[in-house]
Design a protein around this ligand. Structure first.
Ligand code: FES
Length: 117
């Protein structure tokens, strides 16, 4: 694994998420109360981008539920914007199946955010 600089801590709002790309991998970086989490940014269901949580939904015809997505910092869980599948930020574990999103260690070094990929 190699550490990659993906931005600075103030680029990820508290309770928010951004999307970055590292070596061709799309990664979502979440911030909950200053704790940062990195998870693959394409949902294992139908590949929605998790960081587009507040944006207009794409692939609306495929959506079974009302959007948008959500980040619950109290439970440390995010909900995919398309169909609401919920994943634990720490582990990437889907809450109701054995499926799991890939997660990556985040290193905070001063203002710098790095992800170990
Ligand atoms: S694409 Fe994420 S829940 Fe369907």
């Amino acid at each position: 694994m190699t550490e990659h600089i993906v931005g600075s801590v103030d680029e990820v709002p508290d309770g928010g998420v951004i999307g970055v790309e590292v070596d061709g991998l799309e990664i979502a970086i979440f911030n909950c109360d200053g704790d940062f989490y990195a998870m693959q940014n394409r949902c294992i269901h139908r590949r929605a981008a998790l960081h587009r949580i507040d944006e207009e939904r794409i692939g609306e015809d495929d959506c079974l539920t009302e959007g948008p997505g959500d980040i619950d910092c109290e439970k440390r869980v995010t909900a995919c914007p398309w169909h609401g599948w919920k994943f634990e930020l720490e582990t990437g574990q889907h809450q109701t199946t054995e499926k799991r999103m890939r997660t990556f260690p985040v290193i905070v070094d001063g203002d710098e955010l790095r992800v170990d990929v």
